[in-house]
Write a protein that binds this ligand. Structure first.
Ligand SMILES: [Mn+2]
Length: 270
């Protein structure tokens, strides 16, 4: 039985983000719209689910979140649906820490180490210990940005993606090429750019969002990374829905799980 039967509008499309190791909350949030059954198996039929990064760190079980998402990717594909994952800055922090550890790197005149950034941003030793070569390769190959119909999907609310290229393919090629290599300065460039935020908010936000959409396609940006409560100055327990803003050009789906907010699953279409 599928909770999301195909209709005239086509398969349903959903997005979630920033689970940050909160496996139980993510499982419950995906079960609510019928994407998972009682045993946490894919029950979404031909629906498509986008997982917009920051799977690990901060919460107790990043490896469990990753394992769930990877299993659902296989199960959804077998059912005619799809689960896709997009790279978040915490994936880059975790991989960079795995690769470079506490090696000091001069980046744009600043002395940095991945290990210290990881430690300051909720890095978990238990997550780090589980990143073997196979998982490293899977995470490092995630796309940074994607299009699904009218939606442009990315982790971070920044126009910085355009500094890698002016098409989705060019951006993903550039980021993958960097993460396939071992140049720590190039890795820090990826991390710093994906760490930017709030660029679709405020007076200049709509124009920034419009520039990204006009260049890469799509009618609406869907992103995580910036907690709704932080972006709009609200308590994290005071909202239960994603937040549309920037004249309707951007949808923030990061409820802020680790700050007491909800794990949001946005229904984008269908
Ligand atoms: Mn993030």
């Amino acid at each position: 039985m599928s909770a999301t039967p195909p209709g005239p509008a086509g398969p349903a499309v959903f997005a979630t983000s920033d689970a940050h190791g909160h496996l139980a909350e993510l499982t419950a949030a995906l079960r609510a719209p019928g994407l998972l059954d009682d045993e946490a198996r894919w029950s979404g039929g031909d629906a498509r689910l986008w997982v917009l990064g920051d799977l690990l760190d901060r919460g107790p079980d990043g490896l469990g979140v990753i394992a769930l998402v990877r299993r659902l990717t296989v199960e959804a594909a077998a059912a005619g649906g799809a689960v896709h994952t997009v790279l978040g800055n915490h994936e880059v922090i975790a991989l960079g820490t795995r690769m470079f550890g506490d090696a000091e790197v001069v980046h744009r005149g600043v002395l940095r180490t991945f290990g210290s950034i990881w430690a300051r941003n909720g890095g978990l030793a238990s997550d780090q210990a589980g990143i073997d070569d196979e998982l490293f390769a899977w995470l490092a190959d995630l796309p940074a940005i994607a299009r699904d119909g009218d939606h442009l999907l990315m982790h971070s609310d920044t126009v910085g993606y355009l500094e890698w290229g002016s098409s989705v393919d060019a951006i993903n090629h550039a980021v993958r090429s960097t993460l396939a290599g071992d140049d720590p300065v190039a890795w820090f460039d990826v991390l710093v750019r994906l760490g930017r935020r709030h660029e679709f908010a405020g007076r200049s936000g709509p124009a920034a969002a419009r520039r990204l959409l006009d260049t890469l396609g799509g009618e609406r940006i869907v992103h995580g990374h910036s907690i709704i409560g932080d972006l709009f100055g609200e308590r994290c327990d005071s909202y239960t829905e994603p937040r549309l803003y920037a004249d309707g050009l951007a949808l923030d789906i990061d409820g802020g799980i680790y700050e007491g907010g909800p794990c949001l699953v946005a229904r984008l279409s269908g």
